[in-house]
Design a protein around this ligand. Structure first.
Ligand SMILES: [Zn+2]
Ligand SMILES: [Zn+2]
Ligand SMILES: [Zn+2]
Length: 85
């Protein structure tokens, strides 16, 4: 019988970079590696099923009206900066 683990004990999951309770870690890791992927660009963990739409909405390249190429997620900020010039 394993010793009772304090529920404050956590272990960092390498896959999603979250602190996972130790008692849950093995199960989490199996599910996590199967379902969660790390976005190679923003280093955020995402469900693998959402990765495509994440890439499409956040990281696809768009061309601003000033003909500067940037990521879609940067466009709003870029446009605001431009407007406030
Ligand atoms: Zn994880
Ligand atoms: Zn991303
Ligand atoms: Zn622009």
């Amino acid at each position: 019988m394993a010793e009772f683990l304090d529920d404050q004990d956590t272990q960092l999951c390498d896959n999603c970079k979250k602190e996972i309770p130790v008692f849950n870690f093995t199960i989490h890791e199996i599910h996590c590696q199967r379902n969660i992927g790390m976005c190679p660009i923003c280093k955020e963990p995402f469900p693998k099923s959402d990765m495509e739409s994440h890439m499409a909405t956040e990281h696809c390249q768009v061309t601003c009206k000033c003909s500067k190429k940037l990521e879609k997620r940067q466009l709003k900020k870029h446009e605001e900066t431009e407007l406030n010039r």
